[in-house]
Ligand binder design. Structure first.
Ligand code: FA5
Length: 347
């Protein structure tokens, strides 16, 4: 609608013709302002410009009073029709916009429930960790504590306190990883026996799982880094029979009833007598060594301040890799360290 009309209106009374022409302009104006609206807010602004309190159509209605009663009736009807047309056009546009927003949202937020989910591989415990935890659980049930000690040891704990003399071959710097004078990476978990006994009074009943290091060339059954579980029980009146019972219980719990075990004589400076324990699947030929064991040497008990006439004890050390290889039929120890998922995911 043109500004001319308003100008007219404020200067003099408008005529019917002028008012009707202005009404045509209002429809054109509506079409123009409502055409490009993008959302409901803009549509409302367009509505206010035409139908609001100061809107162009509202102004035309107030101009009716300039006309004679007969003209007013005629023009009033035309303006009402116009208002209705604009209002129904408004309803249509509002609905279309609402639909568009709804569809837009649906399109933006659409989920396709038939698509496969994102695959996030679940991590697992390493087979050596699984076996270690299983061994721990068996001994926890039998009333043992889990103890630990440092992987960096002094010669005193790793050798001397265990009655391993200065000329023992393991002390050679070519057999062990020395980090400095009299400091080395422990070659077994037995030093933890000494550390625990120096701290506690009997009865002592512990196991100690941990990493050990030796200058062994890697092959199918040897690795320079490997794991052992140490066991130590010191109390009044313990005999070799108790040692056999504990190991028997362990073998039954770990391997199941289908295995038998055998003790044979061995030598360790820190146990007397010492034994090697082998197991074999019933009905098969081959015996496999699983651990070294024995009654704690009286000199070791004295070294930690225990009285060997008062208490006795027994100990063993087994290789975790060895246990895992027997359990799962693994032929080569190096598979544990290669981090090949085709191997690891089988456990
Ligand atoms: C010992 O280390 C003794 N401390 C065990 C012991 C403890 C005896 C308490 C008596 C009382 P030995 O050197 O045999 O013993 O090692 C024990 C086990 O560790 C072996 O049977 C084997 O399973 C494992 N082991 C030793 N060296 C390696 C290696 N290089 N790689 C993998 N496993 C190994």
């Amino acid at each position: 609608m043109d500004a001319e009309f308003f100008h007219l209106r404020y200067t003099r009374a408008v005529t019917l013709v002028e008012l009707l022409r202005a009404a045509e302009g209002v429809w054109a104006q509506w079409e123009e302002v409502s055409q490009g609206v993008e959302d409901l807010e803009e549509l409302e602004a367009a509505r206010v410009r035409i139908l609001g309190r100061k809107g162009s159509l509202t102004q035309l209605f107030s101009a009716l009073r300039d006309l004679s009663p007969a003209e007013r009736a005629e023009a009033g009807k035309i303006l009402n029709d116009l208002k209705e047309r604009i209002e129904s056009s408004l309803v249509v546009k509002r609905e279309a916009l609402a639909k568009r927003t709804r569809e837009g949202r649906l399109a933006r937020e659409r989920y396709d429930f038939s698509l496969p989910g994102k695959w996030r591989p679940l991590g697992k415990l390493h087979p050596l960790t699984q076996v270690r935890l299983e061994i721990e659980e068996i001994f926890l049930r039998l009333g043992f504590d889990v103890a630990s000690g440092p992987e960096t040891e002094t010669e005193y704990y790793n050798f001397e306190a265990l009655n391993i003399g200065p000329d023992h071959p393991a002390r050679d710097e070519w057999d062990s990883f020395y980090l400095g004078d009299k400091v080395l990476l422990r070659t077994h978990t037995s030093p933890v026996q000494i550390r625990v006994m120096k701290e506690r009074q009997p009865p002592v009943r512990i196991i100690c799982p941990g990493r050990c290091y030796r200058r062994d060339n890697p092959d199918a059954t040897h690795s320079p880094v490997f794991h052992q579980v140490e066991l130590l029980w010191v109390e009044k009146g313990l005999t070799f029979a108790h040692l056999k019972w504990v190991i028997g219980e362990f073998v039954r719990a770990f391997f199941g009833p289908g295995y038998e075990m055998r003790f044979s004589a061995d030598f360790f400076p820190f146990t007397e007598p010492s034994a090697q324990v082998h197991i074999r699947k019933k009905g098969t030929e081959r015996w496999l060594e699983i651990m070294g064991a024995g009654m704690v040497h009286p000199r070791v008990l004295e070294e930690v301040g225990y009285d060997p006439k008062e208490v006795t004890g027994f100990a063993f050390g087994l290789g975790i890799e060895r246990m895992a290889m027997l359990r799962y039929g693994i032929e080569d120890i190096r598979l544990f360290w290669q981090n090949d998922l085709r191997f690891l995911s089988q456990f």
